[in-house]
Each structure stands twice: as C-alpha cells, then as structure tokens.
Design a protein around this ligand. Structure first.
Ligand code: ZN
Length: 117
C-alpha cells in the first residue's frame, strides 16, 4: 500500500489534493496497493503520488482546482534527472497516459542521449 502517513502533516489544501490524487489514481485503475508515496515536494510545494509500478508520478501544483485536468504526469530520466510532464485530459485513461510518457521518454532518449530504438 502506498505510504499515506504524510497526509497528517499536510495543510488543508495539500491534504485535499492528496486525497483527490489517490482517488483519481484509483479511477484510472492504477495499482495503489503497490509501494509508493503520497507527499508534498519540499522544493516545489507540489502534492504528488508516486507508485513504484509506474515510470511516472502524478502531481498537482500549488494553485489549481480539484479536477482531473489539473493533474500532471511527470516523467523523470534516470540517466540525467531531466523531468518532463504531460497534463491529463478528461478523456485520458491509464493507457493514454502511459503512451504519452513512453513518447516523452523515447524523444528525450533520442535528443539528449542519442539513442534510437
Ligand atoms: Zn536524460
């Protein structure tokens, strides 16, 4: 199960976003029983959900509404630490998000690491 311990240290607005993220992840059919973290990034102030089964995390910025389209999927390059993101649409299912993250990863590997698949 994702670690939800940090919710108790969040402010009202961060907690609302954390619960919304977890609920939307469930709706998307993500495996929230897998190991992960529901927390606030201390640098950015963003509330995020990371699950080890996926190569992206979901986050909501400081100022946003509690709507699916204010959720971002963030990919992080394990080689150079570069971060790229895609904003969710109302129509997005998990496969759509995974496909876009795959494209982001592929493009980044070609551009930044001269890798062709
Ligand atoms: Zn990279």
């Amino acid at each position: 199960m994702v670690n939800t311990e940090k919710i108790k240290d969040m402010c009202d607005w961060e907690r609302k976003k954390a619960i919304f993220l977890l609920s939307e992840a469930e709706k998307l059919g993500m495996n929230t029983a897998s190991y992960g973290d529901l927390a606030v990034n201390s640098t950015s102030g963003y509330t995020y959900l990371w699950l080890e089964d996926y190569n992206f995390s979901l986050y909501m910025p400081i100022n946003c509404d509690l709507i699916k389209t204010d959720i971002f999927a963030l990919w992080n390059c394990s080689e150079c630490g570069n971060e790229e993101e895609t904003q969710l649409t109302n129509e997005d299912n998990l496969k759509d998000i995974e496909n876009r993250i795959e494209e982001i990863e592929k493009e980044h590997n070609e551009d930044a690491h001269n890798k062709e698949e």
